[in-house]
Design a protein around this ligand. Structure first.
Ligand SMILES: [Zn+2]
Length: 164
């Protein structure tokens, strides 16, 4: 997936979280922005990625020791982050906006043939080859995911409207 696709899916995930947590309307832009930011972070393990270029101090040693789509793309790391967040920033919804963007990136990379090492340090890669990075299929699937993320918090209202 391209960086732009990751960013837009992350932003939609941030919106969805804001809607689900009944965040006040003025906080929506913050959640959307943090979701988009979180969605760029997993690729810090790749020096040429957007995140890798912004924070080379992290990306250079990471790319020395770990392969791309390894530890930073794993559920293991996400669980570790949740533990840290609950310890240091308990019940702060905004920090979960970063996390949901982060998770959206891992999920999106799982839709490509290369997959991710979801259960790092286990070596197996998990992925469904639905998307080839940069082709029209990617835009179509990204559009579906974004629409789903934006509409899902309102699914009850949408069902009511459809049923009349
Ligand atoms: Zn990635």
């Amino acid at each position: 997936m391209t960086g732009a696709s990751h960013r837009i899916v992350g932003m939609a995930a941030g919106f969805s979280l804001a809607a689900f947590t009944s965040t006040e309307i003025w906080q929506y832009p913050l959640f959307i922005m943090l979701g988009g930011l979180g969605a760029l972070l997993p690729d810090v393990d790749h020096r040429k990625s957007h995140a890798g270029q912004i924070i080379p101090l992290i990306s250079i040693p990471l790319s020395w020791f770990f392969e791309h789509r390894g530890i930073t793309h794993s559920a293991t790391f996400v669980v570790f982050c949740v533990f840290l967040m609950q310890t240091y920033y308990p019940n702060q919804a905004w920090i979960y906006a970063i996390l949901i963007g982060y998770v959206s990136h891992i999920f999106s990379d799982m839709l490509t043939a290369k997959g991710v090492r979801l259960f790092w340090p286990l070596k197996s890669r998990i992925g469904i080859p639905l998307i080839t990075t940069g082709n029209t299929g990617e835009s179509f699937i990204v559009a579906l995911i974004v629409a789903g993320l934006i509409m899902y918090p309102y699914h009850n209202q949408i069902i009511k409207i459809i049923n009349g």
